[in-house]
Design a protein around this ligand. Structure first.
Ligand code: MD3
Ligand code: FE
Length: 204
């Protein structure tokens, strides 16, 4: 595939350095309330290489029982902390969707972490887009069509980039092939943070 699927928008450098630093501070505060944990694949229990947490009324979790959204952190049992204000503002400006996001999944990649090709389909409202923010090291992101095994496009995502996945692209297969170590100075200890804002339930 040469281009992006319909409904996918890449906004390179949407957040400048100061805005990226403010987001990292906000995410550090989230991590104090809701530490990163290692999700595992359903049934098998094989660990993800990506560590995760969430903010917002709902959070996406993966454990031996399955994939789902739930209101509490799986390790602490406490509610997820609120979504930081600048992310709610981002959603309002780019999502083109008249209700707020309910979940912000926080993915942390060290230099060896990857995410295999998958679809995001655990949300009841697939009419809402997913809005993604990249912070820290660059990655090679891969996106294809709605059928497994079809052609794909590869894009290098950098710190401050925003990706909006709506319309036909909402059910596109996608993944992260690799991290480019030391490609950013944003995170003192390196690595990459990806934030995805999601609407989960259908609005009444
Ligand atoms: C395309 N995250 O959390 S973000 C995920 O970089 C996930 O951590 C990747 O895939 C990451 O599920 C990719 C870009 C992204 C997010 C959601 C999508 C692309 C998407 C949903 C549908 C299609
Ligand atoms: Fe995904």
């Amino acid at each position: 595939m040469t281009g992006l699927p319909d409904g996918a928008r890449h906004l390179p450098g949407h957040f400048d350095r100061a805005a990226q630093e403010a987001l990292v501070d906000a995410i550090r505060a989230v991590l104090e309330q809701a530490p990163l944990y290692t999700p595992v694949m359903p049934r098998w229990g094989r660990p993800f290489s990506v560590r995760m947490t969430n903010c917002g009324p709902l959070g996406w979790v993966a454990d031996k029982a399955g994939y789902r959204y739930q209101p509490q952190h799986p390790a602490t049992g406490r509610p997820w902390p609120p979504i930081p204000a600048p992310l709610l503002t981002l959603w309002q400006s780019v999502a083109d969707y008249p209700h707020p996001p309910e979940a912000c999944l926080v993915n942390f990649y060290d230099e060896a972490a990857r995410m295999g090709l998958h679809q995001d389909r655990d949300e009841a409202d697939l009419g809402a887009p997913v809005v993604s923010v990249s912070l820290g090291d660059d990655c090679r992101f891969r996106i294809g069509g709605t059928e497994r095994g079809g052609p794909t496009a590869s894009i290098r995502l950098a710190s401050g980039d925003v990706f909006v996945l709506g319309g036909a692209s909402r059910l596109a297969y996608h993944g992260v092939d690799r991290i480019y170590p030391q490609s950013s100075t944003l995170l003192k200890n390196g690595g990459r943070i990806n934030l995805t804002l999601r609407r989960v339930t259908k609005p009444a």
